[in-house]
Ligand binder design. Structure first.
Ligand code: RNT
Ligand code: ZN
Length: 418
C-alpha cells in the first residue's frame, strides 16, 4: 500500500494524516544523555556505584566513557530518529577541561560550554537536571538530610543548576526544563516521616529563590514511590511533589515518571487530572516492568494511551513537556536509545491519527458500544505507511532500514572500545 492509499483510508475515518505529520514534526521531545553511559557521568570516579535507588543492569560492550564518545554516539542516534529532539543533560555530565574540575556545589555554566556548542551546531534545545545521587556528599540523604552541612551542599548544587539552566536557555534560545529529583528515602520503617519532608520542602524553597524567568527555565518536582534500597519510604512521594508544585504554581511544575507509581496506576489517567489544575506539566516516559526498571520504551498500550492523552488534552500546544528516561545496559545502547525514541514518536503519531472529536461525541452521547467498536478498528488502519512517510519527510530512515547502521557502528566504533 502507498502513502496516498493509507492517507485516504484515514480520511474515510475523519482523520487528516497530512495535518498529523506536520504537527508532530515540530514537537520537542527530550533525548536523555544518560542512556549512553549507564548514568555514570564524567564528574566523579567512573568506577563508583550508581546510587539513589536507581540501577542499570547488564554489561553490553561499547559504553561511552568520555564526552567525545558520548557525543559521537548521540550523533549516531540523531541520524536515526525523526522529529524535533532536544538534549537532556544531567549535571554529572559537566565537561572539565585543563584540570578545571569543580564539585557539584560550584558548577558553572562554563562547565557546559561544550554541550552548548554541541547543541548550537545541531540546532537543538537543551533540558537540565541537577544530580543528587552517585556522590560522596549523599549521606545518604541530600536535600532532606538532618545535617545542615549536607543540605547546604545540595542546595548550592540546585542553585548552580538554575544558573546553568539560565545560561542554556539564553544561549540556545529555547526554554529549559530543569528537573529536581532526589533518591532520598529509607530502606526500612522510619521513625520520622515528616521531618525529612519539611526539610526537603525548605531546601527546594531555597533552590527556587535563585532568580530565573519562569517562561525560560521551568523547574520540575519529580515524585517517586520507592527505589532499590529505599523500599519503605521516599521523601519526595507523589503527594509531596504534587502538593509542592500546586502550592508553588508560579515557580515550578509537577513531573510524572510512569515508572514511579504502583503497578496498576497509570500516568495516562493522571495527565488530564493534573492538566485540570496546572497550566503545564512534565513527563518522563519510561517502561517499568514490575518496578521502576527503566526498560526501553516500546510501542505498547500504555505508551500509546499516554500519547493519546497528551494529544487530546492539548499537551502538544506547550502544556506537556515530554522527556525520555530509561537506561538499559544489557543491549546495544544506541539501539536502545533509537528504539525508545522512535516508539515515543510512533505513539504520538498514532495519537494524532485518531478521530478524537468523533470519539468524544460517541462518549458524550453514551454510545459506548460503538465507541468500543470504532476504537478497536482504529488499531488496524495502515499506520505503518503513515509512519514511513513521516520518517521520509524528516529525512530519517524508515522502519526496516535503520538497523544495519546500528550494526555497522557497533562493528566499526563500539567494538573498538575495550
Ligand atoms: C529516577 C528518576 C530520575 C532519573 C534520572 C537519571 O528514578 O526517574 O528521573 O532516572 O534523573
Ligand atoms: Zn525519571
Amino acid at each position: 500500500m502507498s502513502y496516498a492509499e493509507a492517507k485516504s483510508k484515514y480520511a474515510a475515518c475523519g482523520v487528516d494524516a497530512e495535518a498529523a505529520l506536520e504537527r508532530l514534526k515540530a514537537v520537542p521531545v527530550s533525548l536523555h544523555c544518560w542512556q549512553g553511559d549507564d548514568v555514570r557521568g564524567f564528574d566523579t570516579d567512573p568506577g563508583k556505584p550508581l546510587t539513589g535507588g536507581i540501577q542499570t543492569t547488564g554489561n553490553y560492550p561499547g559504553r561511552a566513557r568520555t564526552p567525545q564518545e558520548l557525543m559521537a554516539d548521540l550523533d549516531e542516534v540523531l541520524k536515526l530518529i525523526p522529529g524535533t529532539p532536544k538534549m537532556n543533560l544531567h549535571a554529572s555530565y559537566a565537561i572539565f577541561e585543563n584540570g578545571d574540575w569543580a564539585d557539584r556545589d560550584r558548577l558553572e555554566p562554563r562547565h557546559f560550554q561544550r554541550w552548548v556548542d554541541f547543541c548550537k551546531q545541531r540546532g537543538l534545545g537543551c533540558d537540565f537536571n541537577p544530580t543528587f545521587f552517585s556522590h560522596p556528599k549523599c549521606d545518604p540523604l541530600t536535600l532532606s538530610s538532618p545535617h545542615a552541612e549536607t543540605r547546604r551542599f545540595w542546595i548550592e548544587h540546585g542553585k548552580a543548576s538554575i544558573r546553568i539552566s539560565n545560561y542554556l536557555a539564553e544561549q540556545l534560545g529555547k526554554p529549559v526544563v530543569m528537573n529536581i529529583w532526589t533518591g532520598d528515602g529509607f530502606k526500612d520503617i522510619p521513625a520520622d516521616r515528616m521531618g525529612p519532608r519539611l526539610r526537603y520542602r525548605e531546601s527546594i524553597d531555597e533552590i527556587l529563590s535563585e532568580p530565573y524567568d519562569f517562561a525560560k527555565v521551568k523547574p520540575c518536582i519529580e515524585s517517586k514511590v520507592f527505589g532499590i534500597g529505599v523500599e519503605a519510604y521516599t521523601v519526595g512521594s507523589a503527594e509531596f511533589a504534587l502538593s509542592y508544585a500546586a502550592m508553588n504554581r508560579d515557580k515550578c511544575i509537577p513531573l510524572m515518571d510512569n515508572g514511579h507509581y504502583h503497578p496498576t496506576e497509570v500516568v495516562s489517567d493522571k495527565i488530564p487530572a493534573l492538566l485540570a489544575f496546572f497550566p503545564e506539566i512534565a513527563l518522563h516516559v519510561t517502561r517499568p516492568i514490575r518496578w521502576d526498571s527503566d526498560h526501553v520504551v516500546l510501542f505498547d498500550d500504555e505508551t500509546r494511551e499516554i500519547a493519546r492523552e497528551i494529544v487530546r488534552c492539548g499537551g502538544l500546544e506547550g502544556r506537556v513537556n515530554i522527556a525520555l528516561d530509561y537506561f538499559d545496559a544489557s543491549i546495544n545502547r544506541i539501539s536502545a536509545w533509537v528504539t525508545g525514541y522512535r516508539n515515543v514518536q510512533k505513539a504520538l503519531l498514532f495519537a494524532l491519527l485518531q478521530p478524537n472529536a468523533e470519539l468524544k461525541q460517541l462518549q458524550d452521547s453514551s454510545n459506548f458500544t460503538k465507541l468500543m467498536a470504532v476504537q478497536e478498528e482504529l488499531k488496524t488502519l495502515p499506520f505503518g505507511e503513515i509512519w514511513d512517510e513521516y520518517c521520509r519527510r524528516c529525512g530519517k530512515p524508515t522502519d526496516g532500514t535503520w538497523y544495519p547502521e546500528i550494526e555497522r557502528y557497533e562493528r566499526e566504533v563500539l567494538e573498538a572500545r575495550v
